[in-house]
Design a protein around this ligand. Structure first.
Ligand code: TYC
Length: 101
């Protein structure tokens, strides 16, 4: 009677990869009014008045502030729309994106 040997199962790969997340970063400038930055943060990123004010003042003091993280497409779309909102008013307001570590 042949002996039955069982091979150890190799490690199973996870079936779904978690999508890589991207930070949206607000950059300070000397011209965009603080209240306008707050309005854009509330409108595009759905932050409360208080959250938007904290993000704006952090960028104002430190030069940059992470607004939120999203999938790549959403981060890029929101950063572009928010930057364009400033451009439409003649402000140099700038949002960029970068991959999370
Ligand atoms: N520094 C601007 C001012 O003093 C306000 C501001 C804050 C602009 C944050 C951009 O990302 C910014 N009017």
């Amino acid at each position: 009677m042949p002996e039955i040997t069982t091979k150890p199962r190799t490690q199973v790969e996870p079936q779904v990869e978690r999508p890589k997340l991207y930070k949206v970063i607000l950059i300070n400038d000397d011209f965009t009014p603080r209240e306008f930055v707050v309005t854009v943060l509330k409108g595009e990123f759905k932050l409360s008045e208080d959250q938007a004010h904290r993000v704006m003042i952090t960028a104002h003091r430190r030069g940059v502030c992470v607004v939120a993280v999203f999938t790549k497409d959403v981060a890029e779309t929101k950063a572009t729309r928010a930057t364009d909102a400033g451009k439409a008013k003649g402000y140099p307001l700038m949002f960029t994106t970068e991959p999370e570590e």
